[in-house]
Ligand binder design. Sequence first.
Ligand code: ARG
Length: 666
Amino acid sequence: MTRDVLLINPVAEYSSRLQQQEQEIHSLTAEIESLKNPQSLGLSSHLDGLREENAKLKYRLNILKRSLQEERSQCSKTMMNINQRLQEIFGEAIREAWPDLENPPLAVTPNQQAKFGDYQCNSAMAMAQMMKSKGLKVNPREIAEKIQQNIPDNELIEKTEIAGPGFINVHLKRSFVSKLLTNLLLNGVQPPPLESKKKVVVDFSSPNIAKEMHVGHLRSTIIGDSMCRLFEFLGYDVLRLNHVGDWGTQFGMLIAHLQDKFPNYLTVSPPIGDLQAFYKESKKRFDEEEDFKKRAYQCVVKLQSKDPAFIKGWNLICDVSRNEFQKVYNCLDIQIIERGESFYQEKMIAVVKEFEAKGLVEMDEGRKIVFAPGQQIPLTVVKSDGGYTYDTSDLAALRQRLFDEKADIIIYVTDSGQGTHFQVVFAAAQMIGWYDPKVTRVEHAGFGVVLGEDKKKFKTRSGDTVRLMDLLDEGLKRSMDKLKEKDRDKVLSTEELTKAQHSVAFGCIKYADLSHNRINDYVFSFDKMLDDRGNTAAYLLYAFTRIRSIARLANIDEVALRKAAETTDVLLQHDKEWKLGKCLIRFPEILQKILDDLLLHTLCDYLYELATTFTEFYDSCYCIEKDRQTGEVVKVNMWRMLLCDATAAIMAKGFDILGINPVSRM
Ligand code: ARG
């Protein structure tokens, strides 16, 4: 799988120039040293020339290094990924100390316990292992010392300490963190620049026509949308696709039934409000009536040949479902383009031909199957009745996304139960040479099942599947109850109250899903998600409005805050200020991690940590000082107001990526 790294330009450009220069010096020095006996070779003048050139080069290199540092300390407009920057620095140190060591292991992680420093470089231990395998016995502590001695001049490290077997603990400079925060306040939360604009296809939501959209689709919708939001924020070109199940034998059955029940459907739109019931009826007939079954098959053939009357019937049926899906998307503010299985009808024909032409298709009891390397289960590309399958449409869809959409990254968000299906599809696509996983990232982002509070599959009391609109409505009702319980209806206007109700209800449903590791099953509980204590959207939304209100209560508007950011340094002297500052600047590396593993709960955990770190700060650092008697504001500690503002900015961006819509009053 390819890794997407957010570059910190123009630093990268400078670094590579710098590296080139260093290599030049390195080879120059080697050349000089090889001239052990210059006189005898009559090369002393040449050596002098070389030395002179070398000195010039070093001089140039120093200028370059200094300007690089200046550039960095001026801070570019975008946010810096500290972890990545430290990796660069330690990489440079290791290269400097061991110029010939190929691919040295680079490991920098944030420190869990602040007393040991802010970040930690763990390369020494891995390097000792590496050297040992080459027959060199070196103590990792010695390696750590050598790395430490070779750390280049930089803008962010205050000091380093070696601990334990060879950990290098890194303490960041307060002035540096402060500058990053000023930068954040002046430019807003800007993503690190991208190396190149990449195209991402996210296949998510994807319910099936004529069937109920269920909680599994809800998970896919929430997780997929948030992934898209992340990629969009980072500047990728994102195509959000709804791969709805709108093709296959069941449509023959539905159309045959439609013809019987509403024979004039071509002129009058039939009232199939309850498509589920309609589906059940037609399925019953399909199973029981031989004639009907035959006719249903004929309908499939007609539909596949795109006969207008049949297309019309099919469209009518799709529309009923489409309207239902759209209600859910409207509630949750989901943008998505419908491109269902039917879109790939012709492409499926071509794909089967392509596999056949390459001799990759086998016959198995009338079916056409494809075995992919390393996969136990074959794909069925053509059924014995000649029809195509879920496998065929996914092969065709993958091909279209690779070749027509020219996607660099393709992500499928479905339940983990479909893991094997995608694994085989991806393996077959690689086998036929459609893509190289080292170049194109094609990934199934699976998720666990939704459970009820009884830890059993999520169902209604009567054992039916829960209708999503009913679920969302219940969320609305419960969030209103909660707001009234807190007497918010007495403080807020009707409009504000409704806004808060929607924000809390849908925010909580989304957050409950996103804050759990998607791989695991998760228990759906309104009580838990609406609790305003703990890691919930309700807690974060309240925390956010509180932070926003601090400036409002002190009568400081946005213009004043901005002015202050230009002139006031964000002081980080108090322990809690320092802790908050460091937490704030970790945002880019959190996003980088999610980009790598597509696990959004990391962002939720981070936002929760940020909110609690903020509370610690707010509890021990006065932002505004008031007269005890009159309640009048006597002093505003502006740099702390700026810390509040930066916290709100990061939280707002975090909410945005999670698809949560905060309100200013609740
Ligand atoms: N319609 C499928 C279902 O409900 C999900 C489709 C996912 N996307 C895909 N390309 N197979 O399970």
